[in-house]
Design a protein around this ligand. Structure first.
Ligand code: TTP
Ligand code: MN
Ligand code: MN
Ligand code: MN
Length: 371
């Protein structure tokens, strides 16, 4: 009597930091839909629903093949009735009616549009919506609305910033940042982080961590780097945040809290490549440069590994690293430190590998953190 091979038992962890997720997503049709539901839940401040769809999205991204029927989901964590219902819709009709409804919802569309501006968060978008505005023209025509510096830059360079950057452009910026930094501190460390470190082909910005091998030499460096950008004529906008770093503080329990390192959110001019120059040009394209978003973070060398791990993302990977630390190890992790609550000690680490080891986790390289 012949028996079918038992399908290999799948053990997929509920934590993204125990899954390997490359940039190849075989389930984009589902995750695109879920991302709309996440955004809608965010706009409505429905944290539980938001988390549920974020976790489901992340699990689907980690799969090595496309889901063809609901049966394929057997044994997978984080997929509840709500997520399965949406997937069933998509499997049957190619799309989800619930998602279609949101996409044509007036409020969703307005908030989505407003939050696409650099410097405009959910709260501001909501405020503009409640004033009755639905378009940028309406926002601009309203005298009662005062835009802050960041929002002004956001509107000024809107289409450039929205377009994002390619890998080649990120590399070109990396060379510019590195050359500038090394003119000030020759042995400084400039590390690419964020989405490009995870192997993404495009991104909404480029993120760098800058530090110096000699402790203390990083102080004042960022200000000098920004001055040099200004002198080179490539500085379009910057918001410099001073360090509020305190070695004695316990790691924060809240994920969304900003870290305490000195940092700078920038908009820089990037020269256009020759390839782009001969394509069809509109007004903006006739400029010899375009505006790009850059984030620079400057931790002390002693905290480099924690900063690098925290800024490499993805956001879901970071969230689950912290959740794993807290619930499975009774430890607190954030962008600065790892604290063992049982032993009441900080656990130091020079490399990301050491942090994973301290957490008792298998090391996951950056290109497998696209959770
Ligand atoms: P982002 O640059 O927002 O995201 P990304 O690089 O993953 O993707 P893209 O730019 O292409 O949209 O943030 C990078 C990581 O940095 C992210 O995991 C969250 C983390 N981060 C902090 O830890 N603290 C901060 O203050 C900010 C702004 C980001
Ligand atoms: Mn980024
Ligand atoms: Mn982003
Ligand atoms: Mn960034």
């Amino acid at each position: 009597e012949e028996r079918p091979e038992p399908s290999s038992p799948r053990r997929v962890s509920q934590y993204a930091c125990q899954r390997r997720t490359t940039i190849t997503n075989h389930n984009k049709i589902f995750t695109d839909a879920f991302e709309v539901l996440v955004e809608q839940a965010e706009f409505n401040e429905n944290e539980g629903r938001c988390l549920a769809f974020m976790r489901a999205t992340s699990v689907l991204k980690s799969l090595s093949g496309a889901v063809r029927c609901l049966g394929d989901l057997e044994g997978l964590p984080c997929l509840g009735d709500q997520t399965k219902a949406v997937m069933e819709d998509i499997l049957e009709c190619g799309k989800s009616s619930k998602v279609q409804e949101i996409l044509s919802d007036e409020k969703y569309r307005a908030l989505k549009l407003f939050t696409s501006v650099f410097g405009v968060g959910r709260k501001t978008a909501e405020k503009w919506y409640r004033k009755g505005h639905r378009t940028f023209d309406e926002v601009h025509a309203d005298d009662t609305i005062g835009l802050n510096r960041m929002q002004k830059a956001g509107f000024l360079y809107y289409s450039d910033i929205l377009k994002g950057l390619s890998r080649a452009e990120a590399d070109a910026l990396g060379r510019i940042v590195e050359n500038t930094v090394r003119k000030i501190v020759p042995d400084a460390i400039v590390a690419l982080t964020g989405g490009f470190r995870r192997g993404k082909e495009c991104g909404h910005d480029v993120d760098f961590i800058i530090t110096t091998p000699a402790l203390g030499e990083h102080e004042g460096l960022l200000g000098r780097v920004v001055n040099k950008f200004q002198y080179q004529g490539i500085l379009l906008y910057h918001e410099h945040q001073e360090s509020t770093f305190d070695l004695t503080k316990l790691p924060s329990r809240r994920f969304e809290a900003m870290d305490h390192y000195e940092k700078c959110f920038l908009v820089l001019k990037l020269k256009r490549g020759l390839v782009e120059m001969d394509s069809q040009m509109d007004d903006a394209a006739q400029r010899q440069w375009r505006a790009v978003r850059v984030d620079l973070v400057v931790p002390p060398i002693t905290h480099f590994a924690f900063a690098l791990l925290g800024w490499t993302g993805s956001r879901q990977f970071e969230r689950d690293l912290r959740r794993f630390a807290q619930h499975e190890r009774k430890m607190l992790l954030d962008n600065h430190a790892l604290y063992d609550k049982t032993k009441k000690v900080f656990l130091s680490a020079k490399t990301e590998e050491e942090i994973f080891a301290q957490l008792g986790l298998e090391y996951i390289p950056p290109w497998e953190r696209n959770a």
